[in-house]
Design a binder for this molecule. Structure first.
Ligand code: PEP
Ligand code: MG
Length: 594
């Protein structure tokens, strides 16, 4: 048997941002950049010599690689630039570093890749904390070196999604949706990432999958190894690494209590969605994958208010064909009919790229070639999706939704392609709904400013608060550095929502809110008061939202909204709404759905 690997055995508690509620307990799976899993592997004492030789081979290979880079750069732009690589070579050959790596392998029986990763990260962290910015910058060089060595020690090309066979907590620096989508959902219990914010797509996906998640923990990967026991507390935003038995027992108790409270919420399932003064409401669900349907049906969703189809692209290696699109839509529409399904066209870009090459030098991808802009530039791809959506409309009630519309021209172009595609289908004798309702997302402030011009050209609108907040407040929704500025209840955001709802009501155009905000109980009071009657929320939030709605009257909510509209800051509005929620909803909220 191998001796145990010596690690930092102390419990560590890291604070991050709570983005998907719940508690998860399991074994850590550390996913490095590019999906590589750094396994916790001990070296048998008899194999230490071979492991040291492996390390030496990797060091030699990286040395040769850096030397090639040095020569190439020096030849192109001059010797002084090549000198950067000389510094890398010096670090690589540093006898002190080499001595430390050898000790970890020979005396603590660590695998070479673990020794390399832990040691270089520790060096990088030390440099990063120095006040001297030149030295702090060198931390990047060390990370680069780590990455090069790992490339040689582990065959990155061979790294597919890992096979899981026990409850697992996925930990990563960042977890692009493409990687998340490939994980084996039977065993994944929760996520934690070093970066990311409340409105980012890791957060949305975690909520869609109903998995507890914490993002923005900064130093996570330096503290944990694959196999360590980890607790993710998605209510308080905590990641607890190597918890003590007392912590585990306490969290296991909480988990059991929570499960029974969630079961209690089921009592609301068959009650009508309405306020205490009898105003009927529509509660729809947001989904990313067809497998979320079961939860939507079980919780009696009135339909799907947002089907984020880009996740079709993120779960596979190849561009989905028309048949693959159609099959995914068909499943959802057939299961939900006669309830409606709002299918949104591709919203790729920014942090969700699929197979489309990222355009070089997109310094601000959230302001770049994403979403409807990408579809209008890649018409062949767009038409494939439009055909599939139209064909699905022959199976049950489908509505089509165009994302990120900022100008009338974009909306008109998108509609034109839709009508051309209808003609193609007609010629081919394929069935579809000629009167399929066409809607747009209102998620860019420009669309709110021009809303009176947009409304006559659409059958419905859906307010995407996730993006509306980001574009209104100039806050990247997935950047933890500015997470405190990303506020759904900012007065500017609240006013934009009010303007949109008022205009839609005056024009008689149906409107829903499908951003995360509509699933947050205290925001529900505000949105009701502003006149919203159609909510599209993550499936996990359906029953909680219904419970809130059934505890208040429209009259109360209007008064609450009037008061909130007088306030000057998000903090003030947030605190006020939470207090009002406490008054109207007798029990503490359990499934926050935020
Ligand atoms: C939104 O922006 O609020 C929205 C619902 O779309 P997504 O989160 O997919 O960008
Ligand atoms: Mg959006």
């Amino acid at each position: 048997m191998c001796p145990p690997i010596a690690t930092n055995v102390d419990m560590q508690i890291l604070q991050g941002i709570a983005v998907s509620p719940g508690i998860a307990i399991g074994a850590a799976l550390v996913v490095e950049h590019q999906g590589l899993v750094l396994a916790r592997r001990a070296v048998d004492p008899s194999a230490v010599g071979a492991e040291l030789a492996r390390l030496d081979r990797a060091v030699d290979a990286v040395g040769a690689e850096i030397e090639r880079d040095r020569q190439a750069v020096a030849a192109q732009v001059g010797d002084q630039y090549g000198a950067i690589f000389s510094a890398h070579l010096q670090m690589l050959r540093d006898p002190h570093l080499h001595g430390e790596l050898q000790t970890l392998i020979a005396q603590q029986f660590q695998a070479a890749e673990l020794a390399v990763s832990q040691t270089l990260r520790r060096y990088a962290r030390t440099l990063q904390e120095l006040p001297n910015s030149f030295l702090a910058e060198r931390a990047h060089d060390l990370r680069d070196l780590e990455s090069r060595l790992l490339n040689h020690l582990l065959d990155r090309r061979a790294a597919g999604p890992p096979e899981l066979d026990a409850p697992t907590i996925v930990l990563a620096h960042d977890l692009p949706p493409s990687q998340t989508a490939r994980l084996d959902r039977r065993w994944v219990r929760g996520f934690a990432t070093e970066v990311g914010g409340e409105g980012g797509h890791t957060a949305i996906l975690a909520k869609g999958l109903e998995l507890p998640a914490v993002v923005g923990t900064s130093t996570l990967l330096d503290e944990v190894l694959t196999g360590d026991r980890v607790i993710v507390d998605g209510d308080q935003g905590l990641v607890i690494i190597r918890p003590t038995p007392e912590y585990v027992a306490q969290y296991e108790r909480e988990l059991a209590q929570r499960q029974s409270r969630l079961a209690d919420l089921a009592a609301w399932r068959d009650l009508a969605a309405e306020t205490t003064d009898g105003h009927p409401l529509h509660l729809l669900a947001n989904i990313e994958f067809p497998h979320e349907l079961a939860a939507c049906l079980d919780r009696r969703a009135d339909g799907i208010g947002l089907y984020r189809t880009e996740f079709l692209y993120l779960g596979s290696d190849a561009e989905p064909t028309e048949e693959e699109h159609f099959e995914a839509y068909r499943q959802v529409v057939a299961a939900l009919r006669p309830r409606p399904v709002v299918i949104r066209t591709l919203d790729l870009g920014a942090d969700k790229m699929g197979h489309l090459p990222r355009t070089e030098d997109e310094h601000n991808p959230f302001l770049g070639l994403r979403s409807i802009r990408l579809s209008l530039r890649n018409v062949d791809l767009f038409r494939v999706q439009l055909r599939a959506i139209l064909r699905a409309s022959a199976i049950g009630p489908v509505k089509i939704l165009f994302p990120l519309i900022a100008t009338l021209r974009e909306l008109r172009q998108a509609k034109l392609f839709l009508h051309e595609t209808m003609e193609d289908l007609e010629e081919a004798g394929l069935a579809f709904d000629r009167n399929l309702p066409v809607g747009m997302m209102v998620e860019v402030p420009a669309a709110v400013m021009m809303i009176d011009h947009f409304l006559p050209e659409v059958d419905f609108i859906s307010i995407g608060t996730n993006d509306l907040i980001q574009y209104t407040l100039a806050v990247d929704r997935s950047n933890k550095e500015v997470a405190d500025l990303y506020q759904a209840c900012d007065p500017a955001v609240v006013r934009l929502i009010r303007t949109t709802l008022q205009a839609a009501r005056a024009a008689g155009v149906p409107v829903s809110v499908c951003g995360q905000m509509s699933g947050i109980p205290h925001c529900v009071l505000l949105l009701l008061g502003l006149g919203l009657t159609e909510f599209s929320v993550p499936p996990a939030a359906l029953l909680e939202v219904k419970r809130v709605c059934r505890c208040v009257s429209m009259r109360q909510c209007r008064a609450i909204a009037d008061t909130a509209l007088q306030m000057q800051s998000a903090q003030e509005i947030d605190a006020y709404l939470k207090e009002e929620l406490r008054k109207v909803v007798s029990q503490p909220s359990e499934s926050r759905g935020s």
